[in-house]
Design a protein around this ligand. Structure first.
Ligand code: DX5
Ligand code: ZN
Length: 217
């Protein structure tokens, strides 16, 4: 099995020591920074916005993977591109004109992805899967870190990998929520190639080891 891309979720970092935690990721075997943007409308929580992302970008030496949990995300795509996003993912449930949103992201020359909530079947991606670089399957309900992994995610990963294969398209499948050493291997075996982890990494006594544990799963 190929090694998964590991994207630590900065939401679980210590915001009083943000630079320290970013340097930890810079010096680790992790691959990307996962940035959770929440608006208190699409999800029942507010995380952080542009000034904090600008501070993260100043120190981060790995790609920024920006997960937008916001309504009408098209309003802010250009700003996130200017703040250094290399991947932007938008929620299927927040985008009535998803094709347009994806084209908008791609028009800036960065990678585009679609996120599905736990209840949204992967079939809804059938007519857009060849247009996107990545699909993010939520393995918890979005809004908060530290929740328990939803087991049905394995079935969704398998179905989505089969859908991408049937369309002969390469697709990054990213998993977000409750990822740990207990489910990483099974997710990769099912066809996932990007693992987001927040509390498992930042809540660990040895975050470097936690990253290795899910990477060399
Ligand atoms: C949840 C966020 C996740 C979250 C993951 O809405 O999208 O990225 O920070 O945190 P853990 O790994 O603690 O579930
Ligand atoms: Zn996320």
């Amino acid at each position: 099995m190929p090694t998964p891309i590991i994207a630590p979720s900065v939401l679980a970092a210590d915001f009083g020591n943000l630079q320290r935690d970013i340097e930890m990721i810079n010096n680790s075997e992790a691959d990307w920074f996962h940035i959770d943007i929440m608006d208190g409308m699409f999800v029942p929580n507010i995380s952080f916005g542009m000034p904090v992302l600008a501070a993260i970008q100043k120190h981060a030496k790995k790609p920024l993977d920006v997960h937008l949990m916001i309504e009408q995300p098209d309003r802010y795509i250009e700003e996130f591109v200017n703040l250094g996003a290399e991947f932007i993912t938008v929620h299927y449930e927040a985008c009535p004109h998803l094709h347009r949103s994806i084209q908008l992201i791609k028009s800036f020359g960065i990678k585009a992805g679609v996120v599905l909530n736990p209840h949204t079947p992967v079939d809804v991606l059938k007519d857009i899967v060849t247009e996107i670089d990545m699909a993010l399957l939520m393995s918890v309900n979005p809004g908060f870190g530290g929740q328990s992994f939803i087991e049905n995610t394995y079935n969704k990963v398998k179905d989505l990998r089969a859908l991408a294969d049937s369309k002969k398209t390469e697709l990054l499948i990213e998993i977000d929520g409750g990822v740990s050493n207990k489910n990483a291997k099974k997710l990769v075996d099912a066809g996932a190639n990007v693992l987001v982890a927040g509390s498992y990494i930042f809540g660990n006594e040895n975050p470097h080891q936690a990253i290795l544990d899910i990477k060399n799963t």
